[in-house]
Structures are given as C-alpha cells and as structure tokens.
Design a protein around this ligand. Sequence first.
Ligand code: PQ2
Ligand code: NAD
Length: 152
Amino acid sequence: MGYFPMYTDIRDFKILMVGGGAIALRRLKTLQMFHEHITVISLSVCKGIEDMVLDGFVTWISRSYVPGDLKDFDMVLAATDNREVNHAVFLEARREKMPVNISDCKEECSFYFPSVIKDGDIVIGVTSGGTDHKKTKQTADRIRSLIWNQKD
Ligand SMILES: C[C@@]1(CC(=O)O)C2=NC(=C\c3[nH]c(c(CCC(=O)O)c3CC(=O)O)Cc3[nH]c(c(CC(=O)O)c3CCC(=O)O)/C=C3\N/C(=C\2)[C@@H](CCC(=O)O)[C@]3(C)CC(=O)O)/[C@H]1CCC(=O)O
Ligand SMILES: NC(=O)c1ccc[n+]([C@@H]2O[C@H](COP(=O)([O-])OP(=O)(O)OC[C@H]3O[C@@H](n4cnc5c(N)ncnc54)[C@H](O)[C@@H]3O)[C@@H](O)[C@H]2O)c1
C-alpha cells in the first residue's frame, strides 16, 4: 500500500544519533536542513562530523552507547557498524515508544530515512517503503535535475 508522507516539524525534538561514520554523516547533513542541534554518541566520529562539532550543530559524546542513553531524547537513529549495538538501541527505543531508525535493519525502523530534496520551503521526501533504495536515489536525482534545470 505504500507509506504515507507525514511531514513533521522536528525542530523541538531532542535527537540522538548513535554512531559517527559515513552513514551517520550523510543523515546528519540531511537533518541539518531541519534542525539546529543533534547529539551524537559514538566511539569515534569521521572528519565531516568533527566539523559539525566545531560548527556547534553536533554535540559529540565520545563513548559507546549504553542502555539508558535514550532517556532524555525524543527520537533516535542508530548507524553503528555493530548489529548488537544497533539492536540494543532498537529495543530501548521500542520500550520508550520513541521514533527510531536503525540503518542496518529495516524491520527495526519505525520510520525510514528518505532521500530529501529541499528547494526553499518546498520539501520532497522520496521513499520506496524500504523496498529499493537504489530506485529511491535515482528518482530523487531525477527530481533534482528537473528542479535545477527549470531554474536555468
Ligand atoms: C534513501 C537512503 C537515505 C540515506 O541513507 O540517506 C536510504 N538508503 C540509501 C542508500 C543505501 N542503502 C544501503 C546502501 C549500501 C549499498 C547498496 O546496497 O547499494 C546504500 C548506498 C549508499 O550508502 O550509498 C544499504 C541498506 N539500506 C537499508 C539497509 C537495511 C535493510 O534493508 O534492512 C541496508 C543494508 C545495510 C547493511 O548491509 O547492513 C535500509 C534503508 N535504507 C533507507 C534509505 C531506508 C529506506 C529507503 C527507501 O524507502 O527507499 C531503509 C529501509 C531504512 C533506513 O535506513 O532508513 C539512501 C539513498 C539515497 C541517497 O543516497 O541520496
Ligand atoms: N541504511 C543505509 O542507507 C545504509 C547504507 C550503507 C550501510 N548501512 C549500514 O549502516 C551502518 C553504518 O555504516 P557506516 O558506513 O557509517 O559505518 P562506519 O564504520 O563508517 O561507522 C560506524 C560508526 O559506529 C561507531 N560505533 C561502533 N561501535 C559503537 C558503539 N558501541 N557505540 C557507539 N558508536 C559505535 C564507530 O565509532 C563509527 O563511528 C552499518 O551497519 C552499515 O551496514 C546502512
């Protein structure tokens, strides 16, 4: 049946990202269009996230995730390279009834991360409902070129 695009104001959500690698960075870049500050708990962070720490967009807590970490947050994303850790984040989020995105397991996501196109106030989120992320990216790229070509 497909997924309903429920566009939501997340500015007041306290958001936690667990993990600080390539996928976390890509998602933080997207979230930066919609939020002013996000907390990252991660053993290490990549260069792009280090820059976000310097900019003040990210507060980095430099350690492993431990159960209980979600208690002050409204929404969580897990993007570590450790299945057990990501699964533990899912279990805690489900217990706390909070929106959760787990990047290595679509069955554990209460929402999917879309491909996002933002043109001023216009926001387009593309999803395949978790069936085909390559098609999602291709579709988003086609929409982007349609919008940017029209501006020429
Ligand atoms: C749209 C985009 C947004 C973003 O990530 O920013 C996105 N995935 C993207 C790319 C991508 N994903 C993967 C690769 C690796 C290479 C390859 O396989 O090609 C690449 C390519 C890359 O990374 O370049 C592997 C992968 N993806 C998922 C799993 C787990 C699983 O399926 O269970 C695994 C296996 C992980 C593992 O092996 O552990 C799951 C999900 N990925 C989603 C979103 C959600 C549904 C989206 C939809 O409805 O279409 C969903 C269901 C949940 C979620 O994560 O929210 C972005 C493309 C847009 C862009 O680039 O602009
Ligand atoms: N959904 C998607 O679009 C998608 C695409 C590609 C890969 N993936 C999956 O996303 C996950 C992350 O991939 P990546 O390329 O960013 O990995 P990466 O190796 O670049 O980063 C992993 C991060 O997790 C951190 N980490 C590891 N153990 C931790 C712990 N116990 N507590 C807190 N942080 C911890 C590391 O310090 C590192 O910052 C993998 O499981 C990968 O399979 C998802």
